[in-house]
Design a protein. Structure first.
Length: 351
């Protein structure tokens, strides 16, 4: 009976009993240990009755409900935490105690075992890897710094995890292979062949490097494929940059001087050939003129002979007069006998 009263007292105190009611005790209750004023002790004790619509709360049921809700919430949180989503551009690798048990490549929602399995993500689409600058030697012993990049993708995620262990290790191995092949291929070329834009061998080098690197990656089964390797920039080391510039200037001046010498030699050759052709043309023209003149004079002499043969005396007179033109001028003094034909003609006396 005392236990029921204690429970009622607890309920009253829990749901709003006043302080005086908390001090009320039943007649059967042992109050020897509680000091009570005489006035309070002499007052009649009042019995508190709960309203009919208020019933005592069963704490055991409340505790059980809270536990059930907590368990459900914990299970829901664990379930949500172990659900993973696979997107179109990625692979999802499932590990169990560190070992790869499966990988998912199809988009969707999947579930893993809680606390035992873990999930890693690998990219499915093309990736660009910006490589560090590297110094190499060319065939003509020139040091250059190359800066390049690679475009690659994951082809076999299980092989990548099994052999490379991580994406970072796979990229590191790919970079080692690329620089090894680049060092070999560029070492076969001279510096000018690499930097000359008009006659550059970079295009063929990129294809060769891509093919050889893929062969190396496939041999070690790293599960990745290089799509393309491109040299972004070539530069000179700082310590020999000025010496190379000076050498380039000297080579350009030497080339310019060679071009000038070749130009002068070509000029002299053309001038000599032109002079030769002019002399040949003049000689030919003179020869032809002489032939024409000779032919004309021959025809003229023939005509003269035919004409003069008709009147020999007139011809004699004509020849005499022609001789006067060549032998007599303003200062000429001629002494001739007066009876000579030459003098008679000059004096105007003719028979």
């Amino acid at each position: 009976m005392n236990n029921n009263k204690d429970l009622d007292e607890f309920v009253r105190n829990l749901f709003g009993g006043d302080k005086k009611k908390r001090k009320d005790i039943t007649p059967n209750e042992d109050s020897s240990d509680t000091p009570i004023d005489e006035e309070v002790a002499n007052k009649p004790k009042k019995q508190t009755v709960l309203p009919k619509n208020k019933q005592p709360i069963n704490m055991k049921q409340w505790t059980k409900g809270i536990v059930v809700i907590g368990v459900v919430l914990a299970a829901l949180v664990i379930a949500i935490a172990n659900v993973y989503i696979v997107k179109e551009n990625e692979y999802r690798i499932v590990r169990q105690f560190g070992e790869v048990v499966k990988f998912e490549s199809n988009p969707g929602i999947y579930m893993k075992i809680p606390f035992i399995q873990s999930v890693e993500t690998l990219p499915k689409n093309l990736q660009t890897y910006d490589m560090m600058q590297e110094e190499i030697n060319t065939l003509d012993k020139k040091r250059i710094i190359i800066d390049n990049y690679a475009v690659w993708r994951v082809t076999d995620p299980k092989a990548l995890i099994s052999n490379a262990r991580s994406l970072t290790n796979a990229e590191a191995r790919m970079e080692e292979f690329i620089y090894s092949v680049l060092r070999t291929e560029l070492g076969k070329l001279n510096y000018k062949q690499i930097i000359n834009d008009e006659n550059s061998s970079r295009g063929s080098i990129n294809d060769k490097v891509t093919e050889q690197v893929n062969n190396l990656l496939k041999a070690d089964n790293y599960g990745i494929e290089v799509v393309d390797v491109r040299i972004r920039r070539t530069d000179l080391p700082i310590d020999n940059e000025q010496s190379v510039y000076t050498q380039m200037i000297s080579e350009r001046e030497s080339s310019a001087q060679q071009y000038l010498s070749e130009g002068d030699a070509e000029k002299n050759r053309i001038m000599a050939q032109t002079d030769k052709q002019v002399q040949e043309m003049l000689a030919t023209a003179k020869k032809e003129a002489a032939l024409i003149t000779a032919e004309g004079e021959s025809q003229a002499a023939k005509i003269y002979n035919e004409s003069f043969s008709k009147d020999p005396e007139f011809y004699s007179l004509y020849r005499t007069l022609e001789s006067y033109k060549k032998t007599i001028n303003e200062d000429t003094v001629i002494i001739l006998p007066s009876d000579s034909p030459y003098a008679k003609i000059l004096s105007g006396y003719m028979d």
